[in-house]
Design a protein around this ligand. Structure first.
Ligand SMILES: Nc1ncnc2c1ncn2[C@@H]1O[C@H](COP(=O)(O)OP(=O)(O)OP(=O)(O)O)[C@@H](O)[C@H]1O
Ligand SMILES: [Mg+2]
Length: 250
């Protein structure tokens, strides 16, 4: 077993996934998430990045291949079991209750331990310490905040359960640059706190800058992978990414 394999906490192994019928969206995809590292997943629109995260979290069940969590095969385990196993997921689309207050959204994140008042108070304090703006706005309706502040709330809510793995789907999409920077700064602190990060991102440069290991997906398969150094040094990878960025911009 290589060092990388020994230290892999979550994996997709040769996974095939379809939404309907026979059209494979993931087509033999393999990914390995290193413990207490940031694994970046990049690729063009429709490559299957969000589908990969949904498969890791149990929303989709593979037709073939394995989803592994700390050496356990977890194909088809429902998402609430992932919560119990310390995995959090922040989806690409907004997932807040807009008409509820910021604090009530956080309290809902604490649902699995809803009878433990002291733990809830502690979880809220930790989120407020991390994102003070949420404390200022704790009685405001979630939907009244800016896109970036709503992202903070989603990230904060995912932390209430003290996960040790967090799956983030495009956390800075359509967020103003200043708040995006704050979000990346926050993400980079997670490994030190003992949290393994899986970061799907359309912002290739930022993702490559903060990730320890990067996978490039296209058509439901890995087209390339490497550590951060490989991504800045490897001309072939740089050309490939430049080519696809061009066609994204058109
Ligand atoms: N619920 C669904 N039903 C059917 N097909 C879907 C569904 N969701 C996604 N797809 C298709 O699966 C493919 C992969 O989608 P996915 O959302 O995983 O891509 P992505 O890499 O996350 O793209 P983006 O960068 O646009 O978020 C696309 O062709 C998409 O049209
Ligand atoms: Mg997506």
């Amino acid at each position: 077993m290589t060092d990388a394999a020994a230290d892999t906490v979550m994996e997709l192994n040769d996974v095939q996934v379809a939404y309907h019928g026979d059209i494979r969206i993931l087509n033999g995809l393999s990914l390995g998430m290193r413990r207490n590292r940031i694994t970046g997943i990049i690729g063009p629109n429709g490559a299957g990045k969000s589908t990969a995260l949904k498969t890791l979290y149990g929303f989709l069940k593979p037709i073939s291949g394995d989803v592994m969590l700390r050496g356990e095969r977890i194909n088809g385990l429902p998402p609430y079991e992932m919560v119990n196993r310390g995995v959090a997921y922040v989806p690409q689309n907004r997932s807040l209750f807009n008409e509820l207050s910021v604090e009530d959204n956080l309290r809902l994140g604490c649902w699995p331990f809803r009878r433990d008042k002291a733990r809830i108070a502690d979880a809220l304090e930790r989120v407020y310490a991390q994102f003070p703006i949420l404390k200022d706005k704790r009685t405001d309706m979630a939907g009244s905040m800016s896109g970036g502040q709503q992202r903070f709330l989603e990230l904060g809510r995912s932390l209430t359960l003290e996960p040790d793995i967090i799956l983030l789907d495009e956390p800075t999409a359509m967020i103003a640059p200043k708040l995006s920077r704050e979000i990346y700064d926050f993400i980079t602190t997670l490994p030190e706190a003992g949290i393994t990060v899986v970061l799907v991102d359309q912002n290739v440069r930022q993702c490559a800058a903060v990730s320890d290991h990067i996978y490039v997906l296209d058509l439901g398969k890995t087209r390339a992978e490497g550590d951060r150094a490989a991504f800045s040094d490897d001309e072939r990878l740089r050309d490939m990414i430049a080519e696809w960025l061009d066609y994204q911009i058109d």
